[in-house]
Design a protein around this ligand. Structure first.
Ligand SMILES: NC(=O)c1ccc[n+]([C@@H]2O[C@H](COP(=O)([O-])OP(=O)(O)OC[C@H]3O[C@@H](n4cnc5c(N)ncnc54)[C@H](O)[C@@H]3O)[C@@H](O)[C@H]2O)c1
Length: 292
């Protein structure tokens, strides 16, 4: 593992929740922390708290769906700390519902924040990390939903699957230039993710608070329950530090979900068995498959 002390991390969606607590742990490890977020009220409080505790922390407003925001936030990071060594693409949002009822605006919102935010963040920050030759890290925050599509969470699962896939791609692309890539895949973590629409930008329909959603449909409290009974964000922060020390690529926080993923692998294997036994394919494909 590369030395963390004195290095700089930039975290998207870092004002609260998982991003904030990873930042706090990295601050304890001696890193300079640049928190960024779309929500400046919560961001200002978070930065004040870290500074009060004696950490080297600053904040910058940044909506990850806006490339210019990421570019100016990167400039502020360099102006403040001189260099940047670690990017944590953490900002993420979710909205649930039966697939025929999820509006195009919400699809675009989740794609622009959860997927394009990660793509643009990486395009903006990786050259800066590569420029100093000291090596660094890229940590993408996906989800267990990226391994197993969750019912009624189509856009969220699809964007998180894309983030897992991109992380696998970037691991081999960026490793040779000294950038370690990891993908954090939590199960349920106690945060305000169920209330993501509080920060939905006007161009995607504007903010809606979970309390408003509940007033219309009290049954939707089922969206909040598993989150608020999830593991603590502090634990996730500690786990990420542990994983960095071990150079882990897939960073899991809920080992009990392994069985679900195994079921998924079994379904895939069954699909291959069926293809293997297929008389149709017998006529066209060689039995020995090439490495593609
Ligand atoms: N909480 C869970 O159960 C859980 C599980 C798996 C993965 N995750 C992922 O963890 C990450 C962090 O989520 P969390 O649980 O801490 O949720 P959270 O809602 O508590 O925190 C998300 C942060 O992102 C910010 N944000 C929202 N839209 C943004 C935008 N356009 N640009 C910049 N910042 C924006 C919010 O203001 C907030 O500070 C997300 O990517 C989420 O998908 C969460």
């Amino acid at each position: 593992m590369l030395e963390l002390k004195g290095k700089t991390v930039f975290i998207t969606g870092g004002a609260e929740g998982i991003g904030y607590h990873i930042g706090r742990r990295l601050a304890h490890a001696g890193m300079n922390i640049m928190l960024s977020d779309i929500d400046t009220t919560v961001l200002d409080k978070a930065v004040k708290t870290l500074k009060k505790e004696g950490f080297n922390a600053e904040g910058v407003k940044c909506d990850v769906s806006i490339p210019e925001d990421l570019e100016s936030a990167a400039q502020k990071t360099i102006d403040t700390f001189g260099k940047v060594h670690m990017l944590i693409n953490n900002a993420g949002v979710g909205a649930s519902g039966p697939q025929q009822r999820i509006k195009e605006n919400d699809w675009r919102w989740m794609i622009d924040v959860n997927l394009m935010g990660v793509v643009t963040g990486t395009q903006v920050f990786v050259p800066l990390i590569q420029s100093h030759g000291e090596g660094g890290w890229l940590i993408n925050v996906a989800s267990m939903a990226g391994f197993k599509g969750e019912s009624f969470a189509g856009p969220y699962s699809a964007t998180k699957a894309a983030v897992v896939s991109l992380s696998e791609t970037w691991r081999s692309e960026l490793g040779p230039s000294g950038i370690n890539v990891s993908v954090l895949c939590p199960g349920y973590v106690k945060s305000r993710i169920y209330d993501s629409m509080r920060n939905r930008q006007e161009c995607y329909g504007g903010p809606v608070h979970f309390e408003q959603i509940l007033r219309k449909n009290p049954k939707l409290s089922i969206l909040k329950e598993p989150v608020v009974t999830g593991i603590d964000t502090e634990i996730v922060g500690h786990r990420v530090l542990e994983a960095l020390a071990n150079d882990e690529f897939y960073i899991f926080t809920h080992p009990e979900i392994r069985d679900l993923v195994n079921m998924q692998f079994n379904n895939i294997t069954e699909g291959f068995d069926q293809a293997d036994a297929s008389p149709v394919l017998d006529t066209v494909l060689p039995k020995e498959s090439p490495n593609t």
